[in-house]
Ligand binder design. Structure first.
Ligand code: CDP
Ligand code: MG
Length: 715
């Protein structure tokens, strides 16, 4: 029996958790929420939408950001009976933050505890239970689930949300879901037909030109109800999805949008962060009430702008200081993410500093002003060189429009674009799908683990280039994940596909188990998985550098990161922190502040550490420490990251051995001054220079010894 949370009179006065985790009796709040739900544009079309879902196995829903798609449609489906017989509605999001914040919101709307009827699951954080019926998750996570449950049998409906983002995971997921859908609709017909004979335990089937279900295990006689698929998107490019799904029906949900005045600068801004600050204060001092949303490119930038705003606020006259800042970005610990939704204190102005997460995935109420420097951090991949980097690039016109639209949700607004109008005209119409500009090793590994052997023939919504596929296959082969026949190797490839990490990091853990330094590698991989552990405010640069020296290792950044992690552990252990998470967090934050460590990043890394340690244990890897034998650990680094080795050139720059690129050590590295002969690195950042970060010193000869599959070929 379907039960709508809000219609359920018996739970009317139940206390519900507020975003701070405290319980408040919220009869009035519940009423406000019910009213808010009713006022959303999507509310008036509930019945029609449910009818469309019943009549169409695949449906595309396009609707203005904020119209209520993500929070309401899963509840409509639940109420319409799509969770009968214990089935679940899965909703995928490209971003972690969206999955978490929306799940919290919907749990609140349904008046249930998070993790019960409504839950979320993202990498390293699963808040679901056997009773979860509406499950928000990242698209990458659903891909992983398919490894264990190829028919996605527990789901009656899967909603692929924010499909217009076209992340690489969304694209691969669409291909996978298309196959699952076909396979489920025919599940009973699998037996004994000549064409469908299982081959090596896999089912290979070709029909209507579609490469079909090649990853599905032969599952004789099992019947599955059809899988309903809903693809949701904020922009109007429904055609590409409709075509891909054989002319699937698309419906449009009318949104509400107030006029937004757009302002441009006269000239290009040489320093967009400075221009951002000036604009924030201009709005604060000269414009009427309303919150401000600023689009920045990443955590580091957000944190530095946040500090600068706080400093400048202090210099304002007493009566102008009512300004609060709230950051939001993907790796923000989940308990802090809900702060953006909290109402602004009376008389205050809230400035939200966001990555492009706030473009369409997360709708924040109260925004009247948008500041848009017009930039985004994006992945870029050069298949010829096998080089992937994160670069800051101009947004597309579609993104600029989405961003300015955020100012006009509740009334007329203003958008300040920090570039001249002539620059706007030069922007691309829409963003290139990520699959066309990223390293595919990760998704290929996943597809291989699902049994898809012919990657080039896979029915992608948009095919990645052949050269990118080949380069990624080559990389997986060099890492030992694939056999000579290009099949997933066992156990290495299979183990790698089970770890929720980049293939290169998964391999590092497997190798470290053999080298007997897995303790150290687990810490390293966790610390490398978060953004900037150290922070150095401009006005305290010397102090910050001195603090960093206490941790720094002459061997490189990897051991330096291990030192930080272990120092924080020792500090916590000494205090015997048995008095609860909140207090422990507070003490850790204080330690971080004193040591110029970014506490958000460190806490995130500690979280990741405990999770990947558990994975390693479950996989039976050998968890041991190399103690003081740093040579052993560095050899393991060389064996793991040989694809990112670089040699010093006479003029002091480096040459990356795999790509032949000239690169430079980033000034933040502990090896910036010493410049050893041969190094391995983990990150390439492309600004005006090609900087490498997270570097350790190695011996050149180790490369041919430890990675002969690559280096004996080279010479
Ligand atoms: O998915 P779509 O952009 O169509 O809208 P939504 O995310 O379902 O948001 C619908 C409404 O819920 C908006 O007015 C949001 O401001 C509000 N909301 C909220 O108040 N708190 C959240 N955590 C999520 C959404
Ligand atoms: Mg949405």
């Amino acid at each position: 029996m379907a039960q709508g949370g809000l219609n359920n009179a018996s739970s009317e006065r139940r206390p519900i958790p507020n975003p701070n985790g405290k319980f408040v009796d919220t009869f009035a709040r519940r009423q406000r929420i019910a009213q808010h739900r009713k006022s959303l544009p999507i509310a008036s079309v509930e019945r029609r939408l449910m009818e469309e879902v019943r009549n169409n196995d695949t449906l595309i829903i396009v609707g203005e950001t904020g119209s209520g798609k993500t929070t309401q449609i899963p509840q409509f489906l639940f109420n319409a009976g799509f969770c009968r017989e214990g089935k679940t509605i899965g909703v995928t999001q490209p971003r972690r933050v969206a999955a978490v914040t929306v799940a919290k919101r919907v749990a609140e709307e349904c008046a249930v505890d998070l993790g019960q009827k409504v839950g979320y699951s993202i990498r390293f954080d699963d808040v679901t239970s056997g009773s979860t019926r509406i499950k928000y998750m990242t698209d990458g996570l659903l891909l992983r689930e398919a490894l264990l449950d190829p028919y996605l049998a527990r789901y009656s409906v899967i909603i692929v949300d924010e499909a217009h983002e076209r992340t690489v995971h969304t694209d691969v997921l669409l291909g996978l879901l298309k196959n699952v859908q076909i396979a489920r609709s025919k599940s009973i017909g699998y037996q004994n037909t000549e064409n469908n004979k299982p081959k090596n335990g896999m089912l290979l089937e070709k029909e209507n030109g579609i490469q079909n279900s090649s990853f599905l295990k032969h599952d004789q006689g099992r019947m599955f109800p059809p899988l309903k698929l809903i693809i949701m998107s904020a922009s109007l490019d429904a055609r590409v999805f409709s075509d891909y799904f054989g002319g699937a029906k698309a419906v449009h949900v009318q949104g509400r949008q107030f006029p937004v005045d757009i302002f441009y600068t006269h000239h290009p801004e040489p320093d967009y962060l400075d221009a951002t600050l000036i604009t924030v204060f201009q709005i604060h001092l000269e414009e009427g009430p309303g919150d401000v949303l600023v689009f920045l490119t990443g955590q580091e930038e957000i944190e530095s702008v946040e500090r600068l705003i706080k400093e400048r606020v202090q210099q304002l006259p007493e009566n102008s200081r009512k300004l609060v800042t709230v950051p939001i970005f993907s790796s923000l610990p989940s308990e802090q993410q809900m702060r953006v939704f909290a109402p602004t204190p009376a008389g205050y102005r809230k400035v939200i500093l966001a990555t492009n997460i706030a473009e369409t995935s997360v709708t924040i109420p109260g925004i009247k002003y948008v500041i848009d420097p017009g930039l985004v951090k994006a992945r870029s991949y050069d298949p010829k060189k096998g080089l992937e980097s994160l670069i800051i690039v101009p947004i597309s016109k579609a993104q600029a429009l989405q961003r300015s639209g955020r100012a006009g949700r509740e009334g007329p607004g203003k958008c300040f674009r920090l570039y001249p109008e002539s620059e706007f005209e030069k922007l691309e119409d829409s963003t290139k799908p990520e699959i066309k500009r990223c390293n595919l090793a990760n998704v290929i590994l996943q597809l291989k683990a699902l049994g898809v052997d012919d990657i080039i023939g896979f029915d992608f919504i948009e095919k990645p280039s052949r050269s990118a596929i080949i380069k990624s296959l080559e990389q997986l082969f060099l890492l030992g994940a694939l056999t000579d026949e290009c099949k997933l190797s066992d156990p290495v490839g299979r183990q790698m596909s089970r770890l929720p990490l980049d293939p290169i990091y998964s391999k590092a853990l497997i190798l470290a188990s053999e080298f007997k330094c897995l303790e150290e590698m687990l810490i390293t991989v966790s610390m490398l998985s978060v953004e900037s552990i150290f922070y150095a405010p401009r006005d305290k640069l010397d102090e910050a550098r001195a603090a960093m020296k206490c941790f720094s290792s002459p061997e490189g950044d990897h051991l330096t990161l291990i030192n930080v992690y272990r120092a924080s552990n020792e500090f916590m252990e000494k205090r015997n922190l048995s008095f609860g998470k909140e207090k422990a967090d507070k003490i850790l934050r204080k330690w971080c502040k004193e040591n110029f460590i970014n506490s958000r990043s460190l806490r995130h890394a500690r979280d990741i550490h405990s999770q990947i340690r558990r994975h390693a244990e479950q996989m039976g890897l050998h968890i041991a420490s190399c103690g003081d034998d740093m040579l052993l650990f560095r050899r393991c680094l060389a064996a793991s990251f040989f694809l990112n080795a670089a040699l010093k050139q006479p003029e002091g720059t480096y040459r990356a051995l795999a790509s032949g690129q000239a690169v430079q050590i980033h000034p933040s590295s502990v090896l910036f001054q010493t410049k050893p002969e041969c190094i391995i690195y983990n990150e390439l950042v492309q600004t005006n220079h090609k900087y490498i970060r997270n570097i350790s010193r190695i011996d050149y000869l180790w490369l041919t010894e430890l990675a002969p599959q690559f280096y004996s070929m080279q010479s």
